[in-house]
Design a protein around this ligand. Sequence first.
Ligand code: COA
Length: 634
Amino acid sequence: MWGICSRTLVGMAKSAARPPHLVRPVAAHRLPGRYLSHQGSLPSLPVPPLQQTCQRYLEALEPIMEPEELERSRGLVEGFGRRGGVGERLQRGLEERARSTDNWLSDWWVQVAYLDYRLPVVVHSSPGLVLPRMDFSDVEGQMRFAAKLITGVLDFKTMIDNESLPVEQQGGAPLCMHQYYQLFSSCRLPGLHQDSLLHHRGRGPAPTHITVVMNSQFFQVEVYGPDGAPLTEDQILVQLRGVRGASEEEEVEPVGILTSQHRDRWGGAYLELTRDETNRESVSAIQSSIFTVCLDGPTPAVAAERYRSAAAVQMLHGGGSRLNSGNRWFDKTLQFIVGVDGTCGANYEHAPAEGPPIVALIDHVVEYTRKPDTVQSVTGTAPPAPRRLHFNLTPEIRRSIAEAKEHLDALARDLDVEVVVFPHFGKNVPKRFRMSPDAFVQMSLQLAYYRMYGRCCSTYESASLRRFRLGRTDTVRSSSRASLSFVRAFDDPRKQDTEKLDLMDKAVKAHRSYTDMAVSGQAIDRHLLGLKLQALEEKLGVPELFTDPAFSRALHYQLSTSQVPSKADCVMCFGPVVPDGYGVCYNPMETHINLALSAFNACPDTQAGRLARAVETALLDMRTLLETTARAKL
Ligand code: COA
């Protein structure tokens, strides 16, 4: 089982490995910051040295294994890595692969981490994004806001279309921008045993429509005029009002809920659905559309302090078949969600991109929606009215829809989500004490978990590999020898505060140093995956290292975490990746931290709210230690 940000696509990755725009020569006259001018100059993802990975893998096992279990694994790892052993042969294979591809990992990664993954994308793979509640509470306000949001997204898309999106940087290094160019007009396609990804960029005329879904009915809505210019906000508003009127004319089965099913089941239903020509056309209109906008019905009223948690549920799964879960096409890469009660956010299918590009797009849109309304001149002919996408449903498809509703409702009942705003401090406090804020939050999670369970668990934090061409993510393993010493000492009355502070400082530094190693392509997880896949490719059988129970333990992430920062005061959320684990996403702002935690109700040992309280307490306790002891030390 992979952590979050770890499931990808293959159909697309095969072409994505060498997209035509990457092999075009770099034009010297282009401004720096342009997509074309910099993609080709990014470094290739390195293959880390074998001995380094073997050594670091053993170190990663230490905090999560008993010493005697570790001995057996040590023997296996040493055997694997010894001179002339199978590891060396696989390493040579990987190095050869790295020489002959743009990125030795990306094709494989897309395949095994996303398209081969068969659990529903809902909760198990697709993140939700929660925006602060908007200040409207009726359908006219909903339409107006949605029209503005759509124009904001199209404004962002213009930068993609003319390849002028500024290149992002991390620690002074330029980042790969490829993911941005995969966001629009793309969609996941279900298969019987594996999925694929459809992307329309560069394939024939660019799509000029979006899909809007309201009352579980899908509409094709043109958003560009005949002159190729985006429609104005007012024109889009007229289109949306048309959708609303038409969606109230009839009641239909929520076909979209099929996309929430287990992938094999949906793959089978998809074959049945697309046997019919009308259905094929409707599905194709959704898949090729630039993005989807879900105009949701009301959600149950909750107390103010539960609002963000309830909104997160809407973004993750739509609240159930009686609420908005049928008002989705979960395979669509980008779904913007605008509820009639002001609940807004997004759900995105993870295969083409990680959270940061999605959040950058959202930041742009939020800023855009805050701009005062301008009077826009409208010329030329009116755009075509929204086109209802019809579906002819056989009894078999109706049965599949009923089954999908049941599954979705069970999944919705099982998901426990808690979104909290930690108001006491944000990045400011760790920075003041010259500590990495991300490492500080990660250590608070380690402390919280240890206090709850009396042990450490395998912990995944996504780290970006976008310094490299077509880079996605690797894993920062947050539980380390240093973090274990820190959490063990923290509540030990025999330890002096100065010693605790010292251990905290070491744990934070160890985490930051692992992060530096990961973002420079030297972490262990993707390398180990590569070695395993190379063994399969060379038909050598799976080396014992990978069938060792320690390896499964190392991949059983009871804490699957990710930092997704944003300018807007939003938070991303995702489900746990193992039945007895937690999903934790956080957005550390300067003076507060937004946290979204999830667990499954079916597991009696996990509770999102309990972990949330424990993290809040851990953050406060760590600050107190810093403020009292660090000051005393000075
Ligand atoms: N003293 C003072 N300030 C420090 C510091 C220290 N010792 N260490 C770091 N800082 C500052 C940084 O300069 C930075 O400042 P800024 O807010 O002005 O930019 C800030 O603290 C944040 O740094 P840090 O907390 O260390 O984390 P980071 O921003 O480097 O992020 C990762 C770490 C792992 C989250 C990031 O590298 C990454 O890979 N992000 C992508 C994750 C991803 O893809 N998620 C997808 C999920 S779908």
